[in-house]
Design a protein around this ligand. Structure first.
Ligand code: NAP
Length: 257
């Protein structure tokens, strides 16, 4: 599937765990060379080693996407090791619950700094190389939370994820002249370290809300990313794809039956 991806150079942010690790592995399986980015150098190294053991090619980079130095380091690593950047998966994100009345300005700013500023910084740092190829690809990991749904305790997170979509739509227009596309995936509830940390009650209530009767896997999201990155998706830009097992569809739980 997606043979056009073989040999392409991919940066995946937030790739030491969860969805980003799933993307890094699937891109490597498709023959891509992968820059594995996370703040934890050890975590990134383990994923890069797993990819190498499976016969793929990956370089770990310890970088914080909320900083200009961090994103410069990951872009430089792709250029140094792989000669450029064909695909950026701006996936790194955090989700810590806080209700508005108790949320500090620091909590709000920290989350926005990673989820929203980190998306902007990652794209800006990779633009010179992405646009040079004439077929650059950016895939942003947003969420159903914010763009489509609301959840008490997640106003800052929802704002960051909806903000990413505003960024994507205008960025699509700026990047189009260079043949670079940018699209967003909106995952539902996907089994990752981050989701599991929200607790078993949360997982059970979310699983019960999914018409397809299961939580998502990281491969469900990675497969959508591979499609957006492929030559087959060359005419799609500025768009969003919900991958949630139908979770946003029912008007009520009774409406699922
Ligand atoms: P996760 O399991 O918590 O993994 C998050 C990854 O991001 C880790 O590799 C983490 O490594 C990295 N990271 C966090 N902050 C970073 C930073 N400042 N710079 C670089 N890397 C950073 O999360 P996940 O569930 O896979 O979520 C990944 C993305 O999907 C997020 O954008 C999230 O909002 C979105 N999403 C997830 C779900 C879901 O159900 N899981 C649903 C909707 C959307 P370090 O801590 O070492 O940096």
């Amino acid at each position: 599937m997606f043979a056009s991806l073989a040999g392409r150079s991919v940066i995946v942010t937030g790739a030491s765990k969860g969805i980003g690790r799933g993307m890094a592995k699937r891109f490597a399986e498709a023959g891509c060379r992968v820059i594995v980015v996370a703040r934890s150098g050890e975590g990134a190294k383990l994923v890069a080693e797993d990819i190498a053991v499976a016969g793929g090619r990956a370089i770990p980079v310890a970088a914080d996407v909320s900083t200009e130095e961090g994103v410069a380091a990951m872009a430089a690593a792709a250029t140094e090791h792989f000669g450029g950047i064909d695909i950026l998966c701006a996936n790194a994100g955090v989700f810590t619950a806080a209700r508005i009345a108790e949320m500090s300005v620091g909590e709000f700013d920290d989350l926005m700094g990673i989820n929203l500023r980190g998306t902007f910084l990652s794209v800006r740092a990779c633009l010179p190389e992405l646009t040079r190829t004439g077929r650059g690809r950016v895939i942003v990991t947003s969420s159903i939370t914010g763009p489509v749904t609301g959840m008490a305790g997640w106003s800052h997170y929802g704002a960051s994820k909806a903000g990413q979509l505003g960024f994507v739509r205008s960025a699509a227009l700026e990047l189009a002249a260079a043949g670079t596309t940018i699209n967003a995936i909106l995952p539902g509830n996907i089994v990752t370290e981050g989701l599991v940390a929200l607790g078993s009650d949360y997982l059970a209530s979310m699983a019960a809300s999914v018409p397809l009767k299961r939580l998502g896997s990281v491969e469900d999201i990675a497969n959508a990313a591979l499609f957006f990155a492929s030559d087959e998706a060359a005419f799609i830009t500025g768009q969003t794809l919900i991958v949630d097992g139908g979770q946003v569809l029912p008007e009520s739980l009774a409406g699922m039956e």
